[in-house]
Design a protein. Structure first.
Length: 285
């Protein structure tokens, strides 16, 4: 994607614009062969022009969001290459997404990182985090900034707590990425009179539709069990699938109940990501 021929569809401004201490410019591109959208960005620090950033971002056609493919950075202090790499860079350096990182979900992690910043109203510029605030709100802004930095600076905490907090968002990304060809429908009520029995995703697969439930914790496991049992009582023809955040945290009774009520379970998001396509292809065969 980096070297594929591209055409400019949104030209850059004639002069860079000064915003938040940096001169900025962008322009939009599109690949000539498959019409994938890109944007190129340029940043230069107002006080330290050697602190610059020039990069290329891609917006894939088959998934939501974006991720940075390539970025050339000048020296800007202690900064790491990516969220999975603890080696800091002090001089000129290049960040480049590899096919391996993308395949392993690096782009998802980058989007999660950006989501954390967005939800906490923080911004990232050349490896530095900052928050805009007014003098009268300085104290609360400092606390908010510190809490956000603490969450994203510890990689063990990041990988565990963020994945937990964003379980359903990550599940949605996997469904869109892996199972979009099976035409998933969000938030389906197979029994219209029972609004308490909601299916997270319904797939119109013959001969029986697949009802997919994201299961985060004991409460959702029990609701999934109740829902599938109710559908069975009303003689609905379906296959019930469950994707667990962590199957092992459920009690033995809850594991037995949901196993009895559903047709297929994925014990974790990784299990679902790695095996969902094969399972759904067998159902559709």
């Amino acid at each position: 994607m980096i070297i594929c021929p591209k055409s400019i569809i949104e030209p850059p401004r004639k002069e860079m614009r000064l915003e938040r201490g940096s001169f900025r410019n962008n322009f939009g591109l599109e690949s000539i062969s498959d019409k994938i959208k890109f944007s190129a960005f340029m940043r230069k620090n107002e006080s330290f022009p050697e602190n610059f950033s020039i990069g290329l971002t891609v917006y894939p056609n088959d998934e939501s969001g974006s991720f940075c493919l390539l970025r050339y950075n000048g020296p800007h202090g202690d900064h790491v290459n990516n969220l999975l790499d603890s080696d800091p860079h002090f001089g000129f350096h290049i960040h480049q997404a590899t096919a391996e990182n993308i395949e392993k979900g690096f782009s998802n992690k980058e989007r999660i990182f950006n989501k954390i910043l967005s939800e906490n109203h923080l911004y990232e510029e050349n490896g530095n985090l900052y928050i805009d605030t007014k003098p009268e709100s300085l104290y609360s802004a400092v606390l908010q900034f510190a809490q956000t930095v603490a969450k994203i600076s510890n990689m063990r905490l990041y990988k565990r707590e963020v994945v937990e907090n964003l379980f359903y968002e990550i599940l949605e990304e996997i469904v869109k990425e892996k199972l979009n060809r099976f035409h998933p429908k969000l938030h389906v009520f197979p029994l219209p009179e029972r609004e308490d029995l909601e299916v997270d995703y319904a797939f119109d697969i013959k001969p029986c539709p697949v009802y997919l439930f994201g299961v985060k914790g004991t409460a959702k496991a029990r609701l999934t069990t109740i829902s599938c049992q109710a559908f069975q009582i009303f003689n609905l023809k379906f296959k019930g699938f469950a994707v667990h955040e962590d199957f092992d945290i459920l009690s033995k009774k809850d594991r037995n109940r949901i196993t009895s009520a559903t047709d297929k379970q994925f014990v974790s998001l990784d299990d679902f990501r790695n095996n969902a396509v094969q399972v759904f292809e067998r159902e559709a065969a």
